[in-house]
Design a protein. Structure first.
Length: 123
């Protein structure tokens, strides 16, 4: 009997193998996991969520996708800027991270300031 006795056929004890030795997806078509690709799980997979309700901790180091969302730049543009050292970043082994405070300073430093407006008074 499988791991889920209430759902017969979901997970058999000895799954059938294809002729190449791989195990086909044992999830039946009517099972909710089949619709979303969860396999035999009853619930969706848990993903790391930094923006949880009630969580007051904000991550100081951002990954490239988070910085792309934060700045509105594409991931490709950010990688180009990193390779040209035009944007501050932190290397952690093979990972490229960005310090939120440094990104905010970089944005402020590269902001175009408003000129003094010239008001002409019509005679």
């Amino acid at each position: 009997m499988g791991r889920h006795p209430e759902r017969p056929g979901c997970c058999s004890a000895a799954p059938a193998r294809t002729r190449w030795g791989s195990i086909p997806n044992p999830t039946p078509a009517g099972h909710a996991g089949a619709l979303w690709g969860w396999g035999c799980r009853q619930t969706p997979p848990v993903h790391r969520d930094r923006e949880r309700e009630g969580s007051h901790m904000t991550c100081r180091l951002l990954d490239i996708k988070e910085v792309a969302d934060y700045t509105g730049l594409s991931v490709h543009t950010l990688y180009t800027m990193v390779s040209q050292r035009r944007i501050p970043y932190v290397k952690m082994g093979r990972l490229t991270k960005f310090d939120r405070e440094e990104i905010d300073k970089w944005i402020a430093c590269h902001s175009v300031k408003v000129r003094r407006s010239f008001v002409t008074i019509a005679p």
